[in-house]
Write a protein that binds this ligand. Sequence first.
Ligand code: PLP
Length: 477
Amino acid sequence: MTNLGPGTGLDADWAERSRQAVWHPCTQMKVHEHVPPRPIVSAQGPWLVDDQGHRILDAVSSWWVNLFGHNFAPLREAICDQFTKVDHIMLAGLTHAPVVELSERLGRLTGLGHAFYASDGASATEIALKMSAHSWRNRGRAGKHRFIGLEGGYHGETAGALSVTDIPLFRESYAPLLRLSATLPSPDARRAAPGVSPAQHLQHCIDALAAHLAEHAHETAALILEPLVQGAAGMAMHDPAYLAAVRRLCDQHEVHWIADEIAVGFGRTGTLFAHQQARGADGLPVKPDFICLSKGLTGGVLPLSAVLTTDAVYAAFYDDRTAHGFLHSHSYTGNPLACRAALAVLDAFDARDAEGLGVLERNRIAAERFTALTEPLSRHPRVKAHRHLGMIWAWDIDTHEPTFAARYHRAALAAGLLLRPIGATLYAMPPYVLTPDDQRVLAEGMLRVLDAVLAEVDALPQGGDRAAALAASNPMA
Ligand SMILES: *Cc1c(COP(=O)(O)O)cnc(C)c1O
């Protein structure tokens, strides 16, 4: 045993004690009989250190939340400073500077000037869905209470969020609890039928949305989607033109558009927000009716989410009648420490380095370098397709082995890399602070681990319907 549990007198077998007492997320706990959870004792920049002293490069940004590495000084200082001023107070009937400033700044950045807060992404989804339907009801159109999602869409795992999430493995056990949304074709070009070009597939998806709205707009409150990159679907990417069509059709049919930027916000796709890459007929960036933010909002260090919305939605609740208000709350709504962290994140995006470059420009340079470093991986004979946008890279591996993702995750960890393929899609979504050396370690390591894992799975006896088993495997595993 390396050390003792703090003040407990217990030994420090954190993995075993975790297995006994902690119910880990998105995990079949029985798996931990063979593969115990890895205790992490320190996190600095993009590097984690486990209890045996092994360094692990956090190439998935601790599940897509971390932007500037761990223990980022401006975040630490902002949170510590705020703690000495106001740590937490309720936000009903009281207010504080960090939440006001954050709301103002998010409003200026998005054009959506009304911010509602919660603590995690799924709650932001719930809020956007409830707010949309309630706003229609307040306007005398109570029949508009249904939702539209996209194939492969992921919006969180509380009951309302699951009902607009198209990941059958996550949803099936709870089917009787959910009122499913309509699921429309995803503009992910890989979903094109054989012989159909990406442009034709895009048009097919736009036509399908137009047809659905023509028939169902009277009962539909909102369409929710992940702009540009559907993360849990395996970093599925689509053309910004789809978002422009969504805006146009939703306007035409009086249906809200909810942009779930929980994973893609804060520079992940190369712009501060992903939807800003889509332009309307007027040449201006399109504007959703709701934007959901979380994950990178605090740089990945404190739980916070926000739903931003329009004057029109806000006005639908502004009334003398209490029941017309949005009577929704969470204990930690607008937590001052988390809001200060978010302000420090926005400051980091505003800052310029000695060369006059901001985060987005530096990321562009870093992304070019990493794309070049991963050329050998992209050209690997077992890579069927690869794609890149901003600070997200993905490679579809030619394998039907359902244990590929779990095996890759384990082998990568042994090689000092935190990577969690989604099914047969290997991806990297690193913090924005990898040095050229870190990038090289990651690029070379990913390739080496791929060869090792393919050799391992190719040697397995074939049998059963492995393709079907892969399709049903845990995308978050
Ligand atoms: C992670 C995620 C969520 C859910 O956020 P949680 O904080 O995990 O509840 C919702 N939507 C998208 C696109 C996400 O990536």
